[in-house]
Write a protein that binds this ligand. Structure first.
Ligand SMILES: Cc1ncc(COP(=O)(O)O)c(C=O)c1O
Length: 446
């Protein structure tokens, strides 16, 4: 095997661990909605000699010599981002999504000012003002929520925005199975005088592929990670729209200065090159088809789960993501479902549900999605099979109860994991998963 040849000779133990992970990815169903499989071309860029270079600054304005090639690469990534998303300015240097979002705060707000974002257990992201994140500590965070059907409560967003007059409103989520109403958010930001930042991390691939409405006409700033539906390397892009420039012509400069020298040192040039590759891939016709198929798959999977009496937040999905609500089986059951699915080689993550009756570490939901399986080439037929397998696993563990005490909980989970090993349902499902995986080989060239 050529893959990892050099690591195998330098560090065989580490090579074994990476091969172990490659096999796990190949022989399981990767259904965490924020994960995907980057192309070999993206990974070549990441593993390239670009990792050797220092290039603090921006193209044409560097603090180090020897950046003639890096300038070309970074300009290429920037131009591709601008053209793919239709924005005026793009910064591709943020190390990942959380620092990108933090840079937006630091460019627009002063500590103590009011900001608004979707509440964490209602599907929002930590960096949108959660008290557990530095963003909720540094700023006066006013969270908005979903209604009892699980949809964003736009009436509440408007009411809170007009009452609190935030400097910045975030729209974008991490566990929301429905389309984001960017136009309404744009109007609310205009009415209340706020900046609107759309964090499209989860859905940027859907937007690039024309399968979800773009926020570009409605938001002043758009941020995205590059490693989720966009299928690139781990990184982020911060974009300024025409609407953003009209509100504040200095926005591009403010963003760039906040990233460097404000928050970061040298950009990760190998990642920048990987972003450039991913953006080229995302502008192809086949990526448009990929984006649409992600949603068709999610709809088919949701239908199958519904058919098997598994409750879903909002009753379904119209993006890449599904949130299973396990509260009909009792509070805090997400951990059992996640562990049981893991044992059957179906990777998902436990997640809070709106009005969470338990806690973020022992939540009552499971979040799953279709971007990675769609990259493998799976379609609606496979989704229906997988939906039935997931339902079977969940029902097989629905009666497990979490004890109240912390120590008892770890003991109970350790015992649960042992019991899973000999479980007939888990073994059967694992066998069926392996059959599906064999039909859709992952990284066959490696
Ligand atoms: C909506 C959203 N924004 C930001 C982030 C943060 O990205 P990162 O994990 O790269 O810091 C995430 C990650 O899950 C996300 O879902």
């Amino acid at each position: 095997m050529v893959y990892l040849k050099a690591i195998e000779s330098v560090d065989p133990e580490l090579a074994r661990e990476i091969h172990g992970e490659l096999n796990r990815q190949r022989e399981g169903l990767e259904m965490i909605p924020s994960e995907n499989f980057a192309s070999v071309a993206v990974m070549e860029a990441l593993g390239s000699i670009l990792t050797n270079k220092y290039s603090e600054g921006y193209p044409g304005k560097r603090y180090y010599g020897g950046n003639q090639n890096i300038d070309l690469i970074e300009r290429r990534a920037i131009n591709r981002a601008k053209s793919l998303f239709g924005v005026v300015h793009a910064n591709v240097q943020a190390y990942s999504g959380s620092p990108a979002n933090f840079a937006v705060y630091m460019a627009l707000c002063s500590p103590g000012e009011t900001i608004m974002g979707q509440n964490l257990s209602d599907g929002g992201h930590l960096t949108h003002g959660s008290k557990a994140s530095i963003t909720g500590k540094l700023f006066n965070s006013v969270p908005y929520h979903v209604n009892k059907e699980g949809y964003l409560d736009i009436g509440e967003v408007r009411k809170l925005a007009l009452e609190h007059k935030p400097k910045l409103i975030w729209v974008g989520s991490t566990a929301y199975p429905r389309r984001l109403p960017f136009e309404e958010f744009g109007k609310i930001a205009d009415e209340s005088g706020a900046y609107l930042a759309a964090d499209i991390s989860h859905i940027s691939g859907l937007i690039a592929g024309g399968a979800h409405e773009s926020p570009v006409r409605h938001a002043h700033i758009v941020t995205t990670t590059t490693h989720k539906t966009l299928r690139g390397p781990r990184g982020a892009i911060i974009m300024v729209t025409e609407k953003g420039i009209s509100k504040d012509p200095e926005l591009p400069e403010k963003i760039d200065k906040t990233i460097f020298p404000g928050m970061q040192g040298g950009p990760h040039d190998h990642v920048t090159a990987g972003i450039a590759v991913a953006l080229k891939e995302a502008s192809s016709e086949s990526f448009k088809e990929y984006a649409k198929q992600i949603i068709r798959n999610s709809v088919a999977l949701a239908e199958e789960l519904n058919k098997n009496d598994i409750k879903l937040v909002t009753g379904g999905s119209d993006n890449h993501l599904i949130l299973i609500d396990l509260t009909p089986f009792g509070p805090g059951k997400g951990v059992f479902a996640q562990e049981a699915l893991d044992a059957a080689c179906i990777t998902t993550n436990k997640n809070t549900v709106p009005n969470e009756p338990s806690s973020p570490f022992y939540p009552s939901g499971i979040r799953l999605g279709t971007p990675a399986l769609t990259t493998r080439g799976m379609r609606e037929d496979e989704m229906r099979k997988i939906g039935a397998l997931i339902s079977k696993v969940i029902k097989s563990v629905k009666d497990y109860e979490l004890p109240q005490g912390k120590a008892e909980r770890s003991e109970c989970l350790a015992k649960f994991r042992e019991e899973l090993k000999g479980e007939k349902v888990i073994e059967e499902v694992r066998g069926a998963v392996l059959e599906i995986c064999k039909e859709f080989p992952l990284y066959p060239g490696l």
